[in-house]
Design a protein around this ligand. Structure first.
Ligand SMILES: NC(=O)c1ccc[n+]([C@@H]2O[C@H](COP(=O)([O-])OP(=O)(O)OC[C@H]3O[C@@H](n4cnc5c(N)ncnc54)[C@H](OP(=O)(O)O)[C@@H]3O)[C@@H](O)[C@H]2O)c1
Length: 180
């Protein structure tokens, strides 16, 4: 089994990006250059699974920021569209989240970082997320791309811890509360 982990920043009103995908506000309101636990999550995981929209945003950064393998879930991208320098670093998947996680387990993965709003939502619906570290930034955006969305049934959570940083960021960790 591969456990799914979320580590993401949101506005206080629950958005992960502006409607056009802009995330510059994250830097504006992040306060310090503090790591906020990102390095520990990256050290834990065997790789990242991200939605196509998040991948396309990361491409605009210029330098590829990940040292671990990245799987981009997309039904529209083809391998031929991958930049040459990302061959061997990025793989595409058009599988279902469950089929992908089963295949990664066979490859030896144990922990995956799941990134992107729509992707996180579909992994939550498929019961493939184990815990979420959500860092709320002190800003209201009013509109944007939401972290969460419709569910067929409630997902009970267990609050693990909350840390308030001097910068104004408030980070909460939740585990998915599964029945024994
Ligand atoms: N605040 C933060 O910390 C943070 C973190 C991550 C991302 N972001 C921002 O969030 C925005 C992207 O989030 P998003 O919610 O729009 O998109 P996303 O989850 O990154 O990507 C969604 C796309 O992934 C593909 N996909 C393939 N299988 C899927 C599945 N099972 N479930 C859902 N999607 C699947 C689809 O593209 P195809 O049409 O190709 O199939 C879908 O349109 C970007 O602006 C990014 O910068 C912010």
């Amino acid at each position: 089994m591969v456990s799914g982990h979320v580590f993401i920043g949101t506005s206080l009103d629950g958005f992960i990006a502006r409607p056009d995908g802009d995330i510059a506000w994250l830097d504006t309101h992040a306060g310090t250059n503090e790591d906020h636990g990102y390095a520990a999550v990256m050290a834990l995981v065997d790789g990242l699974i991200m939605g196509r929209a998040t991948y396309e945003k990361v491409l605009t950064f210029g330098d590829w920021p990940y040292t671990k393998p990245v799987i981009v879930m997309s039904t529209s991208l083809s391998e031929a569209a991958l930049p040459h320098d990302l061959v061997g670093k990025v793989r595409l998947s058009a599988e279902s989240p469950k089929a992908l996680m089963d295949r990664l387990a066979q490859e030896g993965w144990r922990h995956a970082y799941v990134d992107g709003g729509k992707l996180i939502q579909s992994f939550l619906r498929a019961d493939l997320i184990d815990d979420m570290i959500i860092t709320r930034l002190p800003v209201l955006l009013g509109t944007g791309i939401p972290l969460f969305g419709p569910l067929e049934k409630d997902i009970p959570l267990r609050h693990v811890e909350t840390t308030a940083f001097a910068s104004g960021l408030v980070q909460s960790k939740y585990a998915i509360a599964r029945r024994p």
